[in-house]
Design a protein around this ligand. Structure first.
Ligand SMILES: [Fe+2]
Length: 255
C-alpha cells in the first residue's frame, strides 16, 4: 500500500477527532486522550508487525489507527468511556466504519477484516474460528492497545491530586485496599474483567496481568523494556504477596 494512503487516513482521523473535540468544549481533553492513544497504538502496531515480519503492514496500521474510532461518539453521547454504562465501543466503531468510506483504500474483503478486528478488539476473548487475517489483525491491535493503555493509566496515577475518574473508571481511590479475588485471578495467569474491579489497585493488577498474555514476543519485549511491571508494582502497597506475583508475571514476560 502506498504510504501516502495511510498518511491521508491518519490525517483524516486527526481531523475527525478535532471536530469532536471542538464540539465538546471543556471536555475536549478526553477526545484528545483517545486521539493520541490511537496514534500511539498505530505506531506500536508498526513496530510489532516490523519486528514479527508480518506483511503487508497496511491493514494492521489502519486497524490500529481506527480501533477506537467508536470512542468519539461514545464520549459525545454518554460522557463516559465505560462500555458497561454506555455502548460497546468496538461495536460502535465497527458500525461507523461500515457506514462510511474511511477504509475505502482497501479491497472489500480486507476492509471487512479490518472492521471485524475493530469490533472485536475490546472483547474479553476473541472467538474461535475467525478467518486468519481478521484474527491476525485482532491480535496485533489488542497487543498494541494494551501496550499503550498501561502508560496512559500510569501517567494519571502518578499525577498529583485526585485520580481522573474517566481514566481510572471511577474506581475507589483507597491506597491500601485491593480485592483478594483479583490477586488470585492474576496469580492464576488470567485477567480479571473490568466489571470485577473495585479499587484502583485492582486496576493496576489487571494492567500488570496483561504483560505475559501479550500474543507476540515483540509486544512482551516492549512491555518488559518499558518497565511497566516495575512501575505498576511500585504503585501497589508493599506486601509479600505482590512481590511474589510480580516475579511470577516477570517470568511470564520472558516466555
Ligand atoms: Fe478500545
Amino acid at each position: 500500500m502506498d504510504p501516502a494512503v495511510l498518511r491521508d487516513m491518519r490525517r483524516r482521523f486527526v481531523l475527525m477527532a478535532g471536530e469532536y473535540a471542538e464540539r465538546l468544549g471543556q471536555r475536549r481533553e478526553h477526545i484528545v486522550l483517545k486521539r493520541d492513544h490511537s496514534l500511539r497504538v498505530h505506531a506500536l502496531a508498526a513496530k510489532i508487525v516490523a519486528r514479527e515480519s508480518i506483511s503487508p503492514p497496511g491493514p494492521y496500521l489502519a486497524a490500529a489507527l481506527v480501533h477506537d474510532i467508536g470512542r468519539f461518539s461514545q464520549f459525545e453521547r454518554f460522557g463516559t468511556y465505560r462500555d458497561d454504562e454506555s455502548v460497546d465501543h468496538g461495536e460502535e466503531g465497527a458500525d461507523f466504519l461500515r457506514r462510511g468510506d474511511f477504509l475505502d483504500a482497501f479491497d472489500a474483503p480486507v476492509r471487512e477484516c479490518v472492521i471485524e478486528a475493530v469490533r472485536l478488539h475490546n472483547k474479553r476473548e476473541i472467538p474461535a474460528g475467525m478467518d486468519p487475517l481478521t484474527k491476525s489483525l485482532c491480535v496485533v491491535v489488542r497487543d498494541a492497545d494494551k501496550l499503550d493503555i498501561v502508560p496512559v493509566v500510569l501517567s494519571r496515577l502518578g499525577a498529583a491530586g485526585p485520580a481522573d475518574g474517566v481514566v481510572t473508571l471511577g474506581l475507589a481511590d483507597e491506597p491500601g485496599a485491593w480485592t483478594e479475588a483479583i490477586v488470585e485471578i492474576v496469580a492464576r495467569g488470567e485477567s480479571p474483567a473490568y466489571g470485577d474491579l473495585h479499587y484502583i489497585n485492582d486496576f493496576k493488577l489487571l494492567l500488570a496481568s496483561w504483560g505475559p498474555k501479550l500474543a507476540h514476543g515483540a509486544s512482551r519485549r516492549i512491555f518488559a523494556g518499558r518497565g511497566y511491571l516495575d512501575r505498576l508494582f511500585a504503585l501497589l502497597p508493599l506486601d509479600d504477596r505482590f512481590a511474589g506475583l510480580k516475579a511470577h508475571l516477570a517470568a511470564g514476560l520472558d516466555r
